[in-house]
Write a protein that binds this ligand. Structure first.
Ligand code: FES
Length: 165
């Protein structure tokens, strides 16, 4: 009986990487998968406490009218959908939210124009040209002791209601 010598693997270079056993590879893959899942769940939890919507500013705000505000000229406080007028009869505020579909109207020399569908409003908010179905609402204005005005963009008043200038 003769025995055959076992085949000798070819000699490897020292620069060649050590082959990774399958058991080690599977262990590493499982570790990376678990680590990734943990990371994504932590990122998801960090996002939870944030509010889903940006809080809107209060509908009531104080405004100081410029001394140079001429009668018949709208003062548009930045970031507020309101136009404020100072006339001889008093101070009044009109909403600049179009009554058609809610676009913000722009001040024009003769009143307001809606950039969305072309409605036109007079300075007192009445509809000059549709499709806006209703006039722009007048808003409550109160004068404070310090010469400022408090406008409430959610409280409407009958057209023609003014506050002393
Ligand atoms: Fe102003 Fe349509 S939203 S005319």
């Amino acid at each position: 009986m003769t025995t055959k010598p076992l085949p000798v693997p070819p000699a490897r270079s020292r620069l060649e990487a050590e082959p990774l056993p399958r058991r080690d590879f599977l262990g590493l893959a499982a570790g990376w998968t678990a680590g990734s899942a943990l990371l994504f769940s932590i990122v998801g939890m960090l996002r939870l406490p944030k509010a889903a919507v940006i809080p809107a500013p209060s509908s009531r705000f104080r405004v100081s009218l410029p001394d140079s505000l001429a009668p018949g000229t709208a003062f548009l406080p930045p970031g507020r959908p309101v136009a404020i007028f100072r006339e001889a009869s008093g101070v009044y505020a009109i909403s600049t939210v179009c009554t058609h579909l809610g676009c913000i109207v722009q001040a024009a020399p003769d009143g307001f124009r809606c950039p969305c569908h072309g409605s036109m409003f007079a300075r007192d908010g009445s509809v000059v040209r549709g499709p806006a179905p209703k006039p722009l609402p007048w808003l409550e204005v109160r004068k404070t002791g310090s010469g400022l005005y408090v406008v409430d963009a959610k409280k409407t008043v009958p057209p023609g209601t003014t506050e002393t200038a």
